[in-house]
Write a protein that binds this ligand. Structure first.
Ligand SMILES: C[S@@+](CC[C@H](N)C(=O)[O-])C[C@H]1O[C@@H](n2cnc3c(N)ncnc32)[C@H](O)[C@@H]1O
Length: 222
């Protein structure tokens, strides 16, 4: 909470986040040093992701043909658990997150937890799932994560990124307002230059990392 009074400073100087000004380090490394914060973050992600994934899995069928799936930034592994329960043909799941998070994750049948850093390398699999990860990073960091995803996949492999897509022109709708409000949250806590992106921006960043085709599936008007 102590970062919020500094929110305007992220606009004046986007090179340093309000969270860093207050705590002296970025949010994820701060959580990693505080088991209680880390536990709260895992719990919060489960709380929002479980109902959300139930709806996604009702309408999205792009996992067909996948045998090994890595969930990048998968937190405690809830998303992967739900995907594997629904799609029994996926015989191997890898839940990849920072060591402090996977170290506390529960064991899940068919899932191996691997600790690491998306900016260094990502475990190989024939498809990658990544939900609610890219918004918190700058364009350069986003590109680096995408390059590491590209390296982790075989030719023709698939990256399934689950993200809200911003309209080209912002409007007065509740959805646009909610996404832009969320940008302010990201700007304050994670990265002053992190943001939601449009379809065209996703396409360009993916293209610059080697992903030549982008197919958009709309689920939940998301
Ligand atoms: C917003 S949470 C999303 C969690 C999960 N994908 C979900 O939708 O429930 C972002 C996740 O990225 C992880 N993360 C942050 N930096 C990372 C890094 N450098 N390498 C691997 N994981 C990272 C965090 O620990 C966190 O679990």
């Amino acid at each position: 909470m102590s970062a919020w009074p500094l929110v305007h400073e992220a606009v004046l100087d986007p090179t340093i986040e309000p969270f860093v000004k207050v705590h002296g380090e970025p949010a994820y490394s701060y959580y990693g040093k505080m088991p209680e914060m880390n536990g709260l973050m895992r719990k919060a992600m489960s709380g929002v992701s479980v109902p959300f994934m139930t709806s996604v899995l009702d309408s999205y069928n792009g996992f067909k043909g996948v045998k090994q799936l890595v969930d990048v930034g998968g937190s405690a592994g809830d998303c992967l658990r739900m995907i594997l329960q629904k799609h029994r043909f996926i015989y191997e799941g890898i839940n990849f997150d920072v060591p402090e998070v996977v170290g506390e994750a529960p064991s899940i049948l068919g899932v191996t937890h691997i600790g690491g850093d998306t900016f260094k390398s990502i475990p190989a699999a024939d498809a990658i799932f990544m939900k609610w990860v890219l918004t918190t990073w700058t364009d350069d960091e986003y590109k680096l994560i995408m390059e590491n995803c590209y390296k982790a996949l075989p030719a023709g492999g698939k990256l399934i990124a689950c993200k809200p897509v911003l309209l080209d022109d912002s409007n007065e709708s509740q959805r646009t307002r909610a996404l832009l409000e969320w940008d302010i949250f990201v700007m304050t806590i994670y990265r002053a230059k992190g943001k939601h992106r449009t379809e065209q921006e996703f396409k360009q960043l993916g293209f610059s990392a080697g992903f030549l085709h982008l197919r958009l599936y709309r689920v939940l008007d998301y």
